[in-house]
Design a binder for this molecule. Structure first.
Ligand code: 3PG
Length: 306
């Protein structure tokens, strides 16, 4: 049995060592494809793999076609918009994620981006503080909950909107529930995005929604670039010199945003929310364990293509 780690953006070495231990203890062989630059390398590597562990690596129909022995793919992380689920199902491959395993790392980065923005990107000028400001969490899943916890430590007043989450869960976490995205954006000085990229959410963060935010607004995106309507964000930022956008997912229009909005726009060069040793260990080892458990007991608890 062969388990392949295929990560264009590699895990920390300590996480790979941990995955190897789980895989070899289960009696399987580990193969490693890191930092590949060409899809052909992925197509070749999956050829004889029975299981694959990926991150944001794209598993499309062509990859499933090439992976003739594949039975399971585990996305070591939360979002699985990079997996063609219909193709996985058509190839009788179980697709899983590892929810919650990297969410603290992403949450810490979201707060880090907020601090950087309100301190004027550390340019030495007088900024503002997060304490006492209203933070809106758009989607109260694993990352959103961690952002709430950390933001409360900063003394922020935390609000959340999540159509799929009961008010009680928010109230128990000391968060004020609101009942529409419009209300969240209208209420909050800072909005932090934690929605997945789905047909429903793509392009949903648009001019009309963002226009609700008060003066001095800050939008933080550690979710997915596809949820932003970039053209409309640019239009809004052209009209509103007070509006700031910081993101961990480089927009398609990165160069334009950088040129037009210097001093109130920032993107990390490569998505790094989950790029910590701890998150890599948590998500990578969870993925390896889920694979071993699937092969030995048939456990499909985290399957996302049911
Ligand atoms: C996730 O969905 O888990 C995060 O976006 C992290 O993605 P990454 O593994 O590509 O860093």
């Amino acid at each position: 049995m062969k388990v392949l780690i295929a990560t264009e953006k590699p895990f920390a070495k300590v996480a790979v060592d941990g995955i190897r231990e789980v895989v070899e203890k289960a009696g399987y062989q580990l193969a490693l494809l890191e930092k590949y630059t060409d899809k052909k390398q992925l197509l070749d590597a999956v050829d004889d793999a029975d299981a694959v562990i990926i991150r944001s690596d794209v598993m499309d129909a062509e990859v499933f076609d090439a992976a003739k022995n594949l039975k399971i793919v585990v996305r070591a992380g939360a979002g699985y918009d990079n997996i063609d689920l219909a193709a996985a199902t058509a190839h009788k491959v179980v697709a899983m994620n590892t929810p919650g395993q990297n969410s603290n790392a992403v949450a810490e980065l979201a707060l880090g981006l907020m601090v950087m923005a309100v301190r004027n990107f550390y340019n030495g000028t007088s900024g503002t503080e997060l304490m006492g400001k209203k933070l809106g969490i758009h989607a109260f899943g694993n990352v959103g909950r961690n952002v709430a916890r950390v933001a409360k430590g900063f003394g922020m007043n935390v609000y959340a909107f999540d159509a799929y989450c009961p008010d009680d869960a928010m109230i128990q976490a000391g968060v004020t529930p609101v009942h529409s995205a419009e209300e969240l954006y209208k209420t909050c000085d800072v909005v932090s995005l934690h929605i997945p990229a789905t047909a429903e959410t793509k392009n949903s963060i648009n001019y009309a929604l963002l226009s609700n935010m008060p003066k001095g607004a800050l939008l933080v995106n550690t979710a997915r670039k596809e949820v932003i309507n970039e053209e409309e964000l640019i239009k809004l930022m052209q009209e509103r010199a007070d509006f700031r956008y910081v993101t961990d997912i480089m927009p398609a229009a990165h160069e334009k945003l950088q040129e037009l909005f210097a001093g109130r726009y920032f993107s990390t060069p490569k998505k790094m929310g989950a790029q910590t040793a701890e998150a890599n260990i948590n998500a990578g080892i969870a993925a390896a364990k889920q694979i071993a458990d699937f092969f030995t007991t048939g456990n499909t608890r985290f399957q996302v293509n049911k």
